[in-house]
Design a protein around this ligand. Structure first.
Ligand SMILES: [Zn+2]
Ligand SMILES: [Zn+2]
Length: 422
C-alpha cells in the first residue's frame, strides 16, 4: 500500500515534468537565477529533520535520484578524510558558533542528525544532503565546492550564519580557490548576534552586489519542511529523501508561480527605497557642505572602517607570545604559585597544585626542546623575554579596551537606530 502511494506520487511528478530528454525542466531550477552572472545563495542546517537508526536501512536508490539531494556517499567520503587546521580565531567563540564544530549533541539513536541545504536569493531550493554529526565546518566547505562546480565557477555570494568562522577556516586551510570565487555574508538577522568586527565585514547591508537580499530564506524553508519532520524521522533513507524532494518541488513550484508578481513588487520596493535613501543621505550631508563632505568622502570613511577592522583582526592574531616569552611568563607564574602554596589553606591547595603541575609540564617541554636547564630569573635572557611579554600584554590589553569601547559605541548606535523607535 505504502509503495503504491510512493509510485503514484512519482508518476504524477513524471507527468508534470517528463524527462526522457536532457535539458528539459525538472522543476528543480530557479527560472529567475537563469544565466545571472553572479549568484546569491544561502546555506544552513536544519536539526529538526532527523532520521532514526531504527527506521530501516537503505534498500534501493531514491526515485528522485539526483534531484536536490547530492550523492550522500560523496558527502560521507569528504567528511571522513576532511582534515582541518585548527583556527585561532576566537572572534565569535562566545556565540553558538564553534571553531570547527557547531555540535548539537550527537544522539546515538539517530542515523541522520540534520539536513544541510541551500537556496537561491529567490528562496528556490538548491542543493541538500544529510548530516551524520554536528554542523562540522567540512560540510559547509563541501557544499560551497559543490555549488561552485554546479555554477561553473561563477562568482558566488554565500549567506551563512557563521560566515566569519568559515572565512577564517578557509584562510587557515589555504583554500584560496574558494576564497577567490566566493564572497561570504551573514544573514541579516543573524548578523546582530555577531561581534562588531563581523557586522562591519559581513553585514549584507555593507556588502556590495547583494542588493536588499536578507539571506534568511532558509529559515522560511525550514519552517515549511519542519512539518514533515515527524514522519520523515521514521522512514527509510530512500523514502525520506523522496518525500523531502517532493516537498521541495512543491515549494519551488509555489515560488515559480508567484515569481513574476514578487519580482515586480521587490523591484518597486527597491526603487522607492533608493529614492528615499538618496534624499535622506543628501539632506544629512547638507549641514556639512561648508566642510566639503561629499558622498565619495563618506564612502571613503566606510572603506576605512572596513580596512581598520581587518587590520585589527590581523594585529590581534599576531600578538601571540614567542616560545621564549611564553616560557618566561610560565616561569613567573610558577614562582607566584610556589609562594601561594606556602600561605594557602587546604581547600585551595589542590587547585594551585594542579595549576603548578600544568605549568611544570610546559616548562619541561620548552627545556627539552631547546636543550637547556631551568632559566635563572635574574638572568638577562629571562629579563628580556619577560619584558617583551609584558609589553605585548599591555598592547593586547589596550587593544581589547579599544575594541570594547568601539563595540559599545557601535551597539549604542544600533540601539538608537532601531530599538529606541519602539
Ligand atoms: Zn533564484
Ligand atoms: Zn562572527
Amino acid at each position: 500500500m505504502n509503495e503504491s502511494l510512493v509510485q503514484y506520487r512519482h508518476f504524477r511528478h513524471q507527468l508534470k515534468y517528463p524527462t526522457p530528454v536532457d535539458n528539459l525542466d525538472t522543476g528543480t531550477e530557479c527560472p529567475a537565477c537563469f544565466q545571472n552572472p553572479t549568484k546569491i545563495i544561502s546555506m544552513d542546517a536544519d536539526f529538526q529533520l532527523v532520521r532514526k537508526f531504527s527506521s530501516g536501512k537503505l534498500s534501493s536508490e531514491p526515485k528522485h535520484l539526483g534531484k536536490f539531494f547530492v550523492c550522500q556517499a560523496d558527502v560521507d567520503a569528504h567528511i571522513a578524510i576532511y582534515l582541518t587546521v585548527p583556527s585561532q580565531d576566537k572572534s565569535c567563540s562566545e556565540f553558538q558558533a564553534g571553531s570547527a564544530l557547531r555540535s548539537k549533541i550527537k544522539n546515538k539513536k539517530l542515523d541522520e542528525t540534520a539536513v544541510f541545504g541551500s537556496a537561491c536569493r529567490h528562496s528556490f531550493p538548491k542543493l541538500f544532503f544529510n548530516l551524520k554529526h554536528g554542523e562540522r565546518i567540512g560540510y559547509s566547505v563541501f557544499l560551497v565546492e559543490k555549488l561552485l562546480a554546479e555554477t561553473h565557477n561563477q562568482q558566488l555570494h554565500v549567506f551563512y550564519d557563521i560566515a566569519c568562522l568559515l572565512k577564517s577556516h578557509l584562510k587557515k586551510n589555504k583554500k584560496y580557490d574558494i576564497l577567490e570565487k566566493v564572497n561570504l555574508v551573514l544573514p541579516i538577522f543573524h548578523c546582530y548576534g555577531h561581534k562588531m568586527n563581523c557586522q562591519i565585514l559581513y553585514s549584507p547591508r555593507r556588502t556590495s552586489g547583494v542588493g536588499l537580499t536578507d539571506g534568511e530564506c532558509l529559515e522560511r524553508l525550514w519552517s515549511y519542511l519542519g512539518k514533515f519532520s515527524n514522519i520523515t524521522k521514521e522512514m527509510t533513507p530512500e523514502n525520506r529523501t523522496d518525500l523531502l524532494v517532493d516537498a521541495l518541488i512543491y515549494y519551488g513550484h509555489k515560488i515559480r508561480n508567484k515569481l513574476g508578481y514578487s519580482l515586480v513588487l521587490k523591484y518597486q520596493k527597491a526603487q522607492a527605497l533608493k529614492e528615499t535613501s538618496t534624499k535622506l543621505f543628501e539632506e544629512s550631508l547638507q549641514p556639512f557642505s561648508a566642510q566639503c563632505v561629499t558622498p565619495s568622502e563618506v564612502q571613503k570613511w566606510s572603506d576605512d572602517e572596513r580596512l581598520q577592522t581587518q587590520t585589527q583582526i590581523r594585529k590581534n592574531q599576531n600578538e601571540n607570545y614567542t616560545p621564549e616569552e611564553a616560557y618566561a611568563v610560565n616561569l613567573r607564574q610558577y614562582q607566584h604559585f610556589q609562594q601561594s602554596l606556602l600561605i594557602c589553606n587546604a581547600s585551595t591547595r589542590y587547585d594551585i597544585e594542579k595549576k603548578c603541575a600544568r605549568i611544570i609540564k610546559d616548562l619541561s617541554r620548552f627545556e627539552r626542546n631547546t636543550n637547556c636547564t631551568r632559566w635563572d630569573m635574574e638572568s638577562n635572557r629571562f629579563q628580556l623575554a619577560a619584558e617583551l611579554a609584558k609589553s605585548k600584554e599591555i598592547l593586547c590589553s589596550l587593544s581589547d579596551l579599544h575594541q570594547s569601547v568601539s563595540e559599545r559605541r557601535f551597539l549604542l548606535q544600533l540601539l538608537k537606530k532601531y530599538a529606541s523607535k519602539y
